[in-house]
Ligand binder design. Structure first.
Ligand SMILES: Nc1ncnc2c1ncn2[C@@H]1O[C@H](COP(=O)(O)OP(=O)(O)O)[C@@H](O)[C@H]1O
Ligand code: SF4
Ligand SMILES: [Mg+2]
Length: 341
């Protein structure tokens, strides 16, 4: 039986704030198998970026990461920064939500794509150049020779995102973490990047963790999805079962309004973003202020993430359990008058 490529246990991210610590992510555990494409979905502020960047200890200096992250059996969070750096880029590629924050403004994009290859693979700059040109043309960038000499500020948003993807893929990583790879782009470019990711997934054995607030993007690309709310995973399952039979009231409302997932944030009662302060996080279920099924039980104690049903399979090699965090997940679809819209 194949072993998971990534195994995350009890991941937590605490940000130091003036008013004290804010727990942006709490108790997240999951596995990703080789070649699997897994979506992490939730509205803005639910903790997706904090969770995904903390896997490589990349959260800002104010963020403290807890838990264990095993990559190929090694707990990478215990590695010294020097060794962790070797994992980044070589074993795990990252596409960041805001490319400009992570691209170096004073280096040409050519140098930035070539550098990790020279560093990790110890190949010559000439060889790295060949591969950089190949990667850029694979990304559909015309005139890649000229682009290699340009600086990040000279590029449009779409080209910048492709450059980020080229950088992330340069050393053929075994896992790609893509944080909202299409969010900042217009609809045509979004479609092109989705097509690009689809081609990459068909052509390479790489596993992908696709982070998005857009359930439709995840539906297009993923085998499996994890739904996040207020720093917690509230439901997981195969993409088809999540759409066919969502169990958590939050997932139900997302599927209901999909493809315009954005709308759910302001149509659901309660706050726009899940929580911004520690003091906002209620005792009991975190979704209680926005749930039409809330009862006294929900306010008393937080439901755990419960494994339900038998195992699901992706192809014939990876197995997973359906999970849901709700006291009343068995109550069936939301009635008309219960719907949050
Ligand atoms: N550097 C930081 N310092 C303090 N709080 C932060 C920081 N980064 C994120 N947060 C908070 O953590 C929560 C989750 O943020 P984030 O992971 O960016 O959400 P998402 O990616 O789902 O939109 C938010 O409430 C956000 O305000
Ligand atoms: S536990 Fe209660 S409040 Fe929370 S999602 Fe389920 S029904 Fe709603
Ligand atoms: Mg984010």
């Amino acid at each position: 039986m194949e072993k998971p490529l990534l195994e995350v246990k009890d991941l937590a991210v605490n940000f130091k704030r003036e008013e004290g610590f804010f727990k942006a992510v709490e108790g997240i555990s999951f596995k990703i198998w080789p070649r699997e494409v897994v979506g992490l979905v939730g509205e803005s502020g639910s903790g997706k970026t904090a969770a995904s960047l903390s896997l490589l200890n990349l959260t800002s200096s104010r963020g403290k990461v807890g838990g264990e992250v095993f990559f190929d059996g090694v707990n990478i969070l215990t590695l010294p920064e020097r060794k962790l750096k070797k994992f980044r880029g070589r074993q795990i590629g990252v596409i960041f939500q805001e490319p400009m924050t992570f691209l170096n403004p004073v280096l040409t994009i050519g140098v930035q794509i070539m550098e990790p290859m020279v560093e990790h693979w110890k190949i010559s700059w000439g060889q790295a150049r060949e591969r950089a040109l190949y990667l850029l043309s694979e990304m559909g960038i015309k005139d890649s020779e000229r682009r290699m000499k340009e600086y990040p500020h000279q590029l449009s948003g779409g080209i910048r995102q492709r450059v980020m993807i080229s950088m992330a893929l340069a050393c053929s990583p075994r896992l790609l973490i893509a944080d909202e790879p299409t969010t900042a782009l217009d609809v045509t470019l979004q479609y092109q990047i989705i097509e690009l990711l689809r081609r990459i997934r068909e052509k390479t054995p790489m596993a992908i963790l696709l982070v998005s607030h857009d359930l439709e993007v995840v539906r297009e690309l993923c085998d499996r999805v994890m739904i996040m709310y207020g720093g917690r995973i509230v439901e997981t399952g195969g993409i088809r079962e999540i759409f066919k039979d969502p169990l958590h009231p939050y997932t139900r409302s997302l599927v209901e309004v999909s493809p315009s997932f954005e709308r759910v944030a302001w149509r659901l009662p309660g706050e726009d973003a899940p929580f911004s302060y520690q003091s906002n996080i209620p005792a009991g279920c975190r979704f209680q202020h926005r749930c039409s099924r809330v009862s006294r039980e929900c306010k008393g104690a937080e439901p755990s993430l419960k494994e339900i049903g038998g195992k699901g399979w992706i192809g014939n090699s990876f197995s997973f359990h359906r999970q849901v965090r709700c006291w009343k997940y068995q109550e069936g679809a939301l009635e008309k008058d219960e719907k949050p819209l």
